[in-house]
Unconditional design. Sequence first.
Length: 330
Amino acid sequence: MADLKMNVSCFFFIQVLLLLFLSSFAPTNAQGLKVGFYDKTCSKAEAIVKKSVSDAMKNDPTIGAPLLRMFFHDCFVRGCEGSVLLELNNKKDEKNAAPNLSLRGFEVIDNVKAAVEKECPGVVSCSDVLALVARDAVVALDGPSWGVETGRRDGRVTNINEARSNLPSPLNNITSLISQFDSKGLDKKDLAVLSGGHTVGQGHCPLILNRLYNFTGKGDSDPDLDTEYAATLRKRCKPTDTTTALEMDPGSFKTFDESYFKLVSQRRGFFQSDAALLNNQETKSYVLKQTKSYGSSFSKDFGVSMVKMGRIGVLTGKAGEVRKKCRMVN
Ligand code: HEM
């Protein structure tokens, strides 16, 4: 009898060990996100998102870049929980914070969400829609693909001041950029890699006028900006220009490639925050490595850092909700 008891408890002990061993291989990360979260509950979700993004980009080829930027702006404020999409009657929402006034593509997100809702009502969160759309936009711009972790749930709070204080400024120096990324669990390599997002899209003149006309208050230009490039930019951005948008990666701003790093290495980064990557040993060496045709790892690194960014402050399990419409809480 004692032997039998011993055998039974041994059997259970081995089972527990086996379970522990197997669970260490499960592809769910610590926060409960995993690639293919909707495989069973909404198997067509990812295909629907991809199709909607591709339709949107056929309609407006410049919309891919802002869709990528939107995910970054969501994740840096309260985490990747869709708060960038919420609207308040009093306009004190993230959308109305200065750095978000130039975000575009909210109607694309509405359309994607409506399409997935039609297939599986109440299943796919707006925050996951943002993560999937960002990846599909990069792919549609001829960039790399990666497995997007899903399983996020949506937050119920949006606050204009949080967007003002959490989104990095294009005027920031390398020390503040590093510490802002660090506060989100992202390291110097992530900063350099993700800044490469500026290989696509446009930036507005007012954000670089100081670099072109009055860097230290003496009518000078930014010494970190190549003089020839500064002259070209001055032709496009007159001192009082408040509206013109210029491609940040001239000649290649519709293609997601490593040309951004070549520009930065030539002191042709668009913003001070781009140029700043040359002012830290680690970020500088990453930039320079990407300019060598044999050394570029950007296309692989980008997906890795996007997945890492996509884990910031996520809500999973029973936290938050799956919004029916992305602009309002349920
Ligand atoms: C490192 C800190 C960053 C700063 C200071 C910054 C700042 C900016 C600014 C000021 C603009 C131009 C807005 C305008 O004038 O319309 C912009 C555009 C853009 N940013 Fe960033 N950004 C940063 C990081 C990122 C990251 C991490 C991503 C994505 C991975 C990203 C993706 C983009 C894209 C795609 C655009 C072009 C948007 C368009 O064409 O409308 N940025 N960024």
